[in-house]
Design a protein around this ligand. Structure first.
Ligand code: PGA
Length: 259
């Protein structure tokens, strides 16, 4: 099962996640990272930037991207990844990929399908993802795999839930400006990463975290697919952990871990 670490704050979680990444890139300078957007991974990127590692050879694949924004839109995940991760961490932008890169706002379904297949090929050509950073949405999504996503799904177009569009409306002028569609790594794609690091903060994530870590494995709770992965570290704050049945056990296991 996942190693569950309950911490006081997002900053404490970022320190732990950044240490896991440091361990990886120290062993392998050209490691392949799976990277996430949203508020959740920011403390990890900050903690990693503070370590001042040489990450110029690290390759990165983003989890997802909106469909239908103008290329270069400041809230496109291409732009967000560049601003929040590539630049502060000193990655080589030519080694950072986002699904659907290069598509225009009017890309049709066939072009999007091809982009999904091409993204899968690019991940495979890089040798697969060594460590995937994951947030989890209030709807239970990881990547943008909303409830009902096949546990075996690959990179493809999905329709966003209204709740997700509401949650992300804070980055746009209004919910009407939040795209309805996205292109996202599938749950099957995510499962192939060699290590998963799932982060979640806040009471509004508590239900999704409990369903992901302790509920039945089900397409209705897409995050629960992580239970099928042999190497998962879930780092959550007290509020996000508040619905976990086995919280006392997780704390005990972390405090007494054999290191
Ligand atoms: P958040 O989003 O980090 O902005 O809360 C997480 C997610 O939707 O995966």
């Amino acid at each position: 099962m996942a190693e569950v670490v309950i911490v006081e704050s997002a900053d404490a979680a970022g320190d732990i996640a950044a240490s896991l990444i440091e361990k990886l890139v120290t062993r392998r300078a050209d490691a392949v990272l799976g990277v996430a957007t949203g508020s959740t991974p920011l403390s990890t990127y900050r903690a990693l930037a503070a370590k001042r590692l040489d990450l110029r050879r690290v390759r990165a694949f983003a989890l997802d991207e909106y469909v239908g924004l103008e290329p270069g839109h400041p809230e496109s995940y291409h732009a967000v990844i560049d601003r929040e991760m590539t630049v502060p961490l000193g990655l080589d932008p030519s080694l950072v990929r986002v699904p659907g890169d290069g598509l225009t706002r009017r890309a049709d379904a066939a072009a999007l399908d091809r982009a999904g297949e091409e993204y899968e090929r690019a991940i495979a050509a890089a040798g697969g993802i060594d460590l995937q950073i994951l947030g989890i949405g209030a709807t239970g999504h990881i990547g943008f795999n909303e409830p009902g996503s096949s546990l075996a799904s690959r990179t493809r177009v999905k329709t966003l839930m209204r709740q997700t569009r509401l949650d992300n409306a804070r980055f746009f002028a209004s919910i009407d400006d939040v795209p309805r569609h996205c292109i996202t790594q599938g749950l099957g794609t995510i499962l192939e990463a060699r290590q998963l690091v799932l982060l979640a903060f806040g009471e509004h994530k508590a239900e999704a975290v409990a369903a992901a870590l302790e509920g039945p494995v089900s397409a209705s709770a897409p995050g629960s697919v992580v239970q099928l992965h042999p190497r998962v570290t879930a780092i959550v704050d007290e509020a996000a952990a508040s619905r976990l049945r086995f919280a006392a056990y997780y704390r005990d296991a972390w405090e007494n871990a054999l290191r």
